[in-house]
Design a protein around this ligand. Structure first.
Ligand SMILES: [Zn+2]
Ligand SMILES: [Zn+2]
Length: 268
């Protein structure tokens, strides 16, 4: 697909949500997955739905060891002989659940590595996993930031993710729905805490501060099935940005993701 393109990145959120996460990123030289938190079979189908053959994949990058991020990693790595990249803490935490992996690669938190024609910058986040890290992908002055699974966004993180062309930004829960919902109190506390997830309001607050003149696309990610609705997440983001006089719909657009359906491949 798009084989004539020599520049830029093409991206699809294959699936996003508390039930499973996977993102596909390709350049002229590389095709990668970030996380594969659904069955291997489902990830292969999602790739097919955007016209990508899983045989063409070059690697899987893992953010952290939670099941909604690694469920299909072992199966896919074995089936397609893929190297798997994660930091050392994450490797220790997930190794037993992945099964045998031929090519284990260490990608240390805070480091930038060059993978083919893509520069990949990793940064730590605040989440109840061993050593969770997310990524900013750079290619030809364009960049894509992924940030979900974090209880808050520190000033240092805000600095790292500033003014990207596109974002996958966490909008995990609506505060009211979570408070009124059926989750037991300890689980509510976990989600709301510093090592939990960004609420719709938190995600909007981060975006209004970090977006810049390059920013064209904001994808709302990792929505909770129980404690959120696409419409509420979408409105919360747009209303917050409009209140700050930011150009929703003309400078940039807000997009939904889905737990079971890939977003159309877009180019940066
Ligand atoms: Zn998650
Ligand atoms: Zn997680």
């Amino acid at each position: 697909m798009q084989s004539g393109l020599n520049t830029g990145l093409q991206i699809s959120m294959l699936a996003s949500g508390s039930t499973g996460n996977a993102t596909f990123i390709q350049s002229a030289q590389r095709k990668i997955l970030v996380d594969a938190g659904l069955s291997g079979k489902k990830v292969i189908e999602l790739l097919q739905s955007i016209g990508v053959d899983a045989n063409e994949l070059d690697a899987i990058f893992v953010t952290h060891e939670h099941t909604d991020h690694i469920k299909g990693v072992g199966v896919l790595a074995r089936k397609f002989h893929l190297p798997v990249y994660a930091n050392e803490g994450t490797w220790q935490a997930m190794e037993h659940s992945l099964g045998k992996i031929q090519d284990k690669e260490i990608f240390e938190m805070g480091k930038t590595m060059t993978f083919g024609d893509i520069d990949i910058e990793s940064f730590g986040v605040s989440h109840d996993a061993a050593a969770p890290q997310f990524y900013r992908f750079h290619k030809d002055q364009k960049s894509f930031v992924m940030l979900t699974d974090t209880g808050y966004c520190s000033d240092a993180m805000r600095g790292i993710i500033k003014n990207a062309d596109a974002y996958l930004m966490e909008s995990n829960h609506d505060l009211e729905m979570l408070r009124m919902g059926s989750y037991p109190w300890p689980l509510k506390q976990r989600i709301l805490g510093d090592y939990g997830h960004l609420s719709n309001d938190d995600g909007a607050d981060v975006m209004q501060e970090v977006l810049g003149d390059k920013t064209k696309r904001i994808y709302l990610g990792h929505l909770s099935r129980e404690n959120n609705l696409k419409e509420i997440a979408h409105l919360t983001m747009e209303n917050n940005l409009r209140e700050h006089d930011l150009g929703v719909d003309y400078d940039f657009k807000v997009y939904d993701t889905d737990p079971e359906e890939a977003t159309p491949l877009f180019s940066l």
